[in-house]
Design a binder for this molecule. Structure first.
Ligand code: G6Q
Length: 552
């Protein structure tokens, strides 16, 4: 693999030209761009299989896009895309390929990685998952006392939780009525305790979902669940009530789960990209294997679009470049994502992990320091509710906050005109953010008001506008369209990582806190000598816990 020093990107001529272009165009208002070009929507939107990206409400011209595309050349985006697609070890710090795209390839495809075709292996596991999920859903898989399964509890955290949780929630209209799926991630005991409170061990199935099978939070929850189950049904019941999703067969067996009830995946699947693998088992149980296959097909359709479409018409590439434009050249610190769909309300949390764990890095893929800002703070909430919460800052605050609005054109729940109201709100917000409200518009609304009131209220009622947003409109939230949407964001994050020269597939930043927690844990015990080796704040807080715990 060629060694391309990542931090060279900010010495490229494309980078310098983008800085110049930003300085030259930063006072341009989108309102004028729309007035000047009635075809801006057609020119700056892309449609793929019922997914429309409207990116016309951005502070861009054709020249901006041209320069951003030049930046992809400087970063060798095409080369990195080919390296990812072909299974080169682009996760250099862990010496791994990055192949979540292989998880959504059709059975007739092939992809040789390190000398072996991975597609048959992917489909072999999928076939086992199909048989198992069908058996549970049809009531053929019975618990230890002969009862069919009514409740499934996924025990996992991070990538082994958020992806399947979001998909299961978003696709609830496709869910089985006789199988409830629950997700327990937090080591805070209340999460599992509150989940198990209403469940019956005889009809509950646990999925221990952990790629490493060493994650303490998940193992503690798994032990708590096993105790809850065996306390009623005895040790022998574990075989009928626990399955595992992992890459670590030995640890699964050591926990007491029969490896026959383990579903594997591979080190080339990163945790936050793993919902397409056996980690998707809770989704399969909920919506059925056929629907899950459509989810994979949607992801694959987006992969093909990503790998095969010129950059200027390439949805993930365009989204990524717009993000780079604001993040790097406007120095916007955050990016907000607002799904106008109740089922997608946890999507921002998944995208937050996927983006921030991938690109929240200060050094390049070869360890070189980067002298520019990288991944933005990703945040967001479901639409409409957030209008009544934080939209004030978006409309009239002092910060530039680029936004994505995600909205389905049809609802699974036709409740009078409620869906139209939802969509009208979404469109109104993007319009208001772009257009703003001018002085003359505000003055005409205040006609007849006393002069001193006008003086006081005019600045408060002005909306500067020019706040950029993308609208992603889906015909309907289906397994297929959700697959497209989630793969779209994965590729967007990858492209941004390539531009900034980052390895988007490791996560060293989450390790340090885990190490320190191991040191602090025994020091919380009052039986042991108090700790003095930390800073005085940490020592003080450990002492405070020891003196208060169990007494209040
Ligand atoms: C994701 C991260 C992280 C991981 C969890 C769970 O990309 O690596 O969120 O998914 O720490 O890890 P295990 O699946 O190994 O328990």
């Amino acid at each position: 693999m060629p060694v391309i020093r990542s931090n060279d990107i900010n010495t490229s001529s494309a980078w310098a030209k983008l800085h110049q272009h930003q300085r030259a165009t930063r006072h341009m208002h989108m309102r004028q761009l729309f007035e000047a070009d009635p075809h801006r929507f057609e020119r700056f939107s892309i449609e793929l299989d019922g997914l429309l990206l409207d990116y016309s409400k951005n502070r861009i011209t054709d020249r901006t896009l041209e320069l951003l595309i030049d930046l992809t050349d400087a970063a060798d985006l095409a080369g990195w895309m080919a390296r990812m697609r072909e299974g080169e070890h682009i996760n250099v710090s862990e010496d791994r390929a990055v192949l979540h795209t292989a998880l959504r390839m059709p059975a007739e495809a092939s992809l040789a990685v390190d000398g072996a075709d991975v597609v048959p292996a992917v489909h072999a596991v999928l076939a086992r998952l199909r048989d198992f999920s069908n058996a549970v859903r049809e009531g053929a898989w019975l618990g230890a006392t002969g009862q069919p399964i009514t409740d499934v509890v996924n025990l996992g955290i991070g990538g082994s939780d958020l992806g399947p949780l979001v998909v299961a929630e978003a696709l609830a209209p496709y869910a089985s009525e006789r199988l409830n799926v629950h997700f327990v991630s937090n080591v805070d005991g209340q999460h599992i305790a509150r989940t198990l409170r209403t469940l019956d061990p005889q009809s509950t199935l646990f999925i221990v979902a952990s790629k490493s099978f060493t994650t303490p939070e998940t193992l503690l929850n798994a032990h708590a669940a096993r105790q809850w189950l065996t306390g009623v049904l005895g040790e022998a019941a574990v075989a009928r009530h626990f399955v595992a999703v992992s890459t670590n067969c030995e640890a699964v067996a050591a926990f007491g789960i029969d490896p026959a009830n383990m579903f594997g995946f591979w080190d080339w699947v990163g945790g936050r990209y793993s919902v397409w693998s056996a980690i998707g088992l809770p989704v399969m149980l909920s919506i059925g294997f056929e629907h899950f296959s459509q989810f994979l097909a949607g992801g694959h359709a987006m992969d093909r679009h990503f790998f095969e479409t010129p950059f200027i018409r390439n949805i993930p590439v365009v989204l990524a470049l717009l993000g780079v434009w604001y993040n790097t050249f406007y120095r916007a610190h955050t990016h907000a994502i607002m799904p106008y769909d109740h089922g997608l309300r946890r999507l921002p949390a998944h995208l937050q992990q996927m983006d921030m764990e991938s690109n929240g890095k200060r050094v390049g893929r070869y360890g070189e320091r980067l002298d520019f800002d990288t991944g933005p703070v990703i945040w967001g909430e479901e639409g409409v509710n957030s209008q009544h919460a934080f939209f004030q800052l978006l409309h009239q605050g002092t910060r530039l906050v680029p936004c994505d609005f995600i909205v389905p054109m049809n609802s699974h729940y036709e409740t009078g005109s409620q869906h139209q109201v939802l969509v009208a709100n979404c469109l109104a917000q993007t319009q208001a953010l772009m257009h703003g409200k001018t002085e003359s518009e505000v003055l005409s609304e205040m006609a007849g008001m006393p002069g001193d009131m006008v003086d006081m209220l005019l600045p408060q009622k002005l909306f500067p506008g020019n706040q950029p947003s993308n609208t992603i409109a889906l015909d309907r939230i289906t397994p297929y369209s959700l697959g497209m949407l989630m793969a779209m964001y994965e590729h967007k994050v990858f492209v941004q990582g390539v531009i900034w020269g980052i390895n988007s597939f490791d996560q060293w930043g989450v390790e340090y806190g885990k190490q320190l927690a191991k040191v602090i844990l025994p020091q919380l015990s009052p039986q042991l000598a108090p700790a003095h080796e930390h800073d005085c704040s940490t020592n003080g807080l450990i002492g405070h816990f020891r003196s208060r715990h169990g007494k209040h």
